[in-house]
Write a new protein. Structure first.
Length: 150
């Protein structure tokens, strides 16, 4: 096993993928919830460092400004991506997170796809299409984790 970070824009399926990986028995942390982030969009660095010091086998999901500081602590940084209209459709109807329902938040997502996703792409070791079925995405992440463990 190994550590992996799942990152990408809002609505791409990070949380859904994490739920599937947890269902399959993987240790997971959704850093969008549970006070992992400060109000200004940074991970609590001491807390994240402690998690990564403690856990050799964990899949973390999230997208924050300072995540690059931790890339060397993950065997894989996986970028999920999807067309912006798919993201907007998903955030408009999801029930597990209210972010993205308001027009200003959707405008933010559109802006982030243009400005932030290219930065995530340069730091990612693997890029996956977030429109694929979650079972296929989970299979791919499990394959990456297994390869890193050998």
């Amino acid at each position: 096993m190994a550590r992996a970070l799942i990152t990408g824009m809002s609505g791409v399926g990070k949380s859904t993928l994490l739920v599937e990986l947890a269902r399959r028995g993987h240790e997971t942390v959704n850093a969008d919830f549970g006070n992992w982030e400060s109000p200004i969009g940074f991970w609590d660095e001491r807390r994240m460092a402690a998690l990564l010091d403690r856990e050799r086998d964990v899949v973390v999901s999230g997208t924050v400004s300072n995540q690059g500081r931790f890339y060397d602590r993950f065997e894989h940084v996986v970028l999920l991506s999807a067309p912006v209209e798919v993201l907007i459709d998903r955030v408009s109807t999801r029930t597990n997170n209210p972010y993205g329902r308001a027009a200003d938040e959707q405008s933010e997502i559109r802006k982030y796809v243009v400005e932030v996703e290219p930065l995530l792409r340069t730091g990612a070791s693997t890029k996956l299409n977030g429109q694929r079925p979650v079972s296929e995405l989970a299979d791919e992440v499990e394959r990456l984790i297994a390869e890193a463990a050998h």
